[in-house]
Design a protein around this ligand. Structure first.
Ligand code: SAM
Length: 282
């Protein structure tokens, strides 16, 4: 008997991975959590049936969500991560000795517990002494913060269920307030390709653009996300990610990466025409 995981990317398109073993299934207060083992993508985990990460391609997402803002401003010291319960974003952040504190706000403690058990590849740095875990709603957490962070990374699920509030104008406004005067906000920005995802992407872009003087979008190729074409938002009060790229200083750190490099950093802000049009019309 064959076992396959299938995610519906639209009503008319699906993506499947052959499963060797269903390692875990559980229902938390917020969502259903599943962990699978596969030959092609290694161990992977899903929330409410949607792909979160696979061992094989998570490096792309996590390197791009972290090294793009850090190479733009290497003086980042205090970081807030919203979501990111698998720990991949924190793992990449802890590679910078210059970072002093990382607050990770994850609504669902069960995600962290499950990832610690089945996905040590991403959760391995959650016990770094600079990391403080807060199990609460990111929307509420950020309301009370002012002038506190150099960088906020929104590593959230999609804009429904618990993640819905993390795509609202109120949330982005509170992020603006929580950032210092040269602060940067990076968020997972959905995909431009399928119509429904593109609408979410446009809505997020419109809201962020209304608040931040610098508002850019960059792309990466992530094989297991819908369409494989994924976007990230880069918003900031001061830094432009291409103009202010600190190429020499970042390369001098000698960090070994598999996807990110400073040439790609410049290139990932060059977007296809249809994406530019979607953003302009947002
Ligand atoms: N890379 C993934 C992707 O784009 O599919 C997302 C990774 S991470 C697992 C997303 C996390 O955001 C989940 O663990 C989820 O529990 C958390 N999350 C969703 N809504 C949240 C909220 N309002 N506050 C804090 N964390 C939230």
């Amino acid at each position: 008997m064959e076992l396959w995981f299938t995610e519906e990317h639209t009503d008319f398109a699906r993506f499947s991975i052959k499963v060797d073993e269903h390692l875990y299934t559980g229902q938390s207060e917020f969502q259903r959590i599943d962990v699978f083992k596969s030959k092609e993508f290694g161990t992977f985990f899903t929330l409410d049936g949607l792909m979160m990460l696979t061992e094989k391609d998570e490096f792309i997402y996590h390197e791009m969500i972290v090294h793009v803002p850090l190479a733009t401003n290497l003086r980042v010291k205090n970081v807030l991560v919203i979501g990111g319960g698998d720990g991949g974003t924190v793992r990449e952040l802890t590679r910078y000795d210059t970072i002093e504190s990382i607050d990770m706000v994850e609504i669902d403690q069960q995600v962290v517990d499950v990832c610690r058990r089945y996905l040590p590849q991403t959760s391995c740095k959650l016990d770094d002494p600079r990391v403080k875990l807060h199990f609460e709603d990111g929307l509420k957490f950020v309301r009370t913060k002012e002038n506190a962070y150099d960088l906020i990374i929104v590593d959230s699920t999609d804009p429904f269920g618990p993640g819905e509030g993390l795509f609202t104008k109120e949330f982005y406004g509170n992020c603006f307030k929580a950032l210092k005067s040269d602060g940067i906000l990076v968020n997972q920005h959905e995909s431009p390709y399928y119509e429904e995802d593109a609408k979410d992407m446009q809505r997020a872009h419109k809201r962020i653009r209304e608040l931040f003087p610098v508002c850019r979008v960059y792309q990466a190729h992530i094989p297991t996300y819908p369409s494989g074409h994924w976007l990230f938002g880069f918003a900031s009060k001061k830094y432009d990610p291409v103009r202010d790229l600190n190429e020499q200083a970042w390369n001098a750190l000698g960090l070994k990466t598999k996807y990110y490099n400073t040439e790609l950093h410049k290139g990932c802000f060059a977007l296809p025409t249809y994406v530019l049009e979607l953003l302009a019309n947002a």
